[in-house]
Design a protein around this ligand. Structure first.
Ligand code: FAD
Length: 397
């Protein structure tokens, strides 16, 4: 029996690729703590199909994003799943941003990406009413997809092919005896185990690899605003990110239904569970408080500046201000912006306690009977089909 823990984009895309390879899903069980398909991070994100501009050449993130983006785009087109081939503009607001934009451009070119530095006139042709700055980076191959449609597509294919889905919490993996134990007292033997539990993956795998003892998951909250204005936004508009940090900054995204998504912010928080109603007592919150503070005080990876920028009680106002930096919006539309109650998500940011830094690449271990994906780092949705294919190609039969 092949067991997959986690029904997010990583778990489901692995099951889907297993189905493609073995032409049957009857020996697959997918177990998720809350919902199948997941209503966790895989549902609560920007839905941007990234073109692989940001990540240094040769990193796992770069390779998987580029290949995965092409595969996900093809999957959407081939199966009539909504996708907007709308591109992306990155907008610098000062000299420092312009320098970082140049570096971003060179990195993207080095990775073989289709990017151009363009003028205000050219940018205005792509997005009318964009603010006038010295230059813009244009990525025509960035797209927008609908995460729930992709998750449901995988799910339906798997159900039709005989896969079993179970809502239960995996409490323990016995890597010696090749079995898992669940909260509802189920014991399952496996021939191969895929630990794709997102925020829960490290905890389950901690005894597998002694390096994992140095790691923990720091929760970072990402919220979104929505402007219900159809078809005003023609493309994604992003700021130039701080290259020290794994966050891309508050951006504006045209949704496939025509409305406009604003966000996400990236606020250090203490509880990593947005789906369940787990009790969060001070004892369990304390370690996260400690690690956030350590990063803040040492200012590792420019974290202090980031945290100070993010801390505000008036998130909606902040989103309005950020949006108005990019575009001239009619006041009426800015006033109509509201906070999305369902989109907010928690980024399970992997943190190395020894090195005091945020881990910013995919991390997994694999042996003949199991794989533990302990860091399915953003943009893991864009990358999921390439990651799954890579993993499945390593299986012997
Ligand atoms: C705010 C935000 C915006 C993002 N925007 C983008 C974007 O635009 N484009 C992009 O490509 N990526 C984006 N990402 C990244 C992407 O969404 C995630 O990297 C990806 O969804 C991770 O998928 P996953 O399957 O690993 O995890 P999840 O979606 O979290 O799935 C893991 C599942 O495991 C289950 N689970 C956990 N523990 C257990 C257990 N013990 N037993 C059983 N089940 C368990 C959980 O319930 C969950 O359903 C974004 C992320 C965030 C936070």
């Amino acid at each position: 029996m092949k067991i997959i823990i986690g029904a997010g984009c990583v778990g489901l895309s692995i099951a889907y690729k297993l189905l493609e390879k073995y032409k049957s899903a009857e020996d697959i069980i997918v177990i998720d703590k809350y919902n199948v398909p997941s209503k966790g991070t895989s549902l609560r994100n920007s839905g941007v199909l990234h073109a692989g501009l940001y990540y240094p050449k040769g990193t796992e993130k770069s390779k998987l994003c580029i290949k995965g983006g092409e595969s996900l785009s093809k999957l959407c087109h081939d199966n009539n799943l909504p996708i907007l081939n709308c591109g992306k503009l990155i907008v610098p607001f000062n000299r420092k941003d312009e320098e970082n934009l140049e570096k971003l451009y060179l990195n993207a070119k080095n990775c073989g990406r289709d990017v151009q530095i363009i003028s205000y006139k050219e940018a205005s042709n792509i997005q009318p009413n964009i603010k006038n700055v010295n230059k813009y980076l244009w990525s025509p191959k960035t797209s927008v997809f609908q995460p729930n449609k992709v998750l449901n597509f995988f799910y339906r294919k798997l159900v039709d092919a005989g896969a079993k889905f179970l809502v239960d919490t995996v409490d323990e993996i016995d890597y010696e005896k090749l079995c898992i134990k669940t909260k509802n007292n189920n014991n399952f033997k496996y021939t191969f185990l895929f630990n794709c539990a997102g925020p829960g993956a490290l905890k389950l795998a901690i005894k597998k690899n002694k390096l994992y003892k140095d790691l923990t998951v720091l929760p970072i909250l990402g919220q979104y605003g929505i402007i219900p204005k159809k078809n005003y936004l023609k493309t994604n508009i992003y700021p130039v990110p701080d290259p020290n940090l794994p966050f891309l900054g508050i951006h504006i995204t045209p949704l496939t239904d025509g409305n406009i998504l604003i966000g996400p912010n990236a606020i250090p928080v203490f509880n990593k569970d947005v789906q369940g109603k787990e009790r969060s007592d001070w004892i369990s919150l304390f370690p996260n408080l400690l690690y956030h503070s350590k990063l803040f005080l040492s200012n590792s990876q420019n974290y202090r500046m980031h945290a100070l920028n993010e801390l505000t009680f008036f998130v909606l106002n902040k989103f309005k201000e950020e949006t108005s930096k990019f575009l001239y919006f009619p006041d009426k539309n800015i006033a109509e912006m509201y906070m999305s109650k369902k989109n907010y998500g928690i980024r399970p940011q992997l943190y190395n306690k020894e090195k005091n830094n945020l881990v910013d690449d995919f991390m997994y271990d694999i042996d003949e009977n199991s794989i533990n994906i302990v860091n399915a780092v953003s943009p893991a949705f864009t990358s999921c089909l390439a990651l799954s294919e890579k993993i499945i190609n390593t299986l012997s039969n």
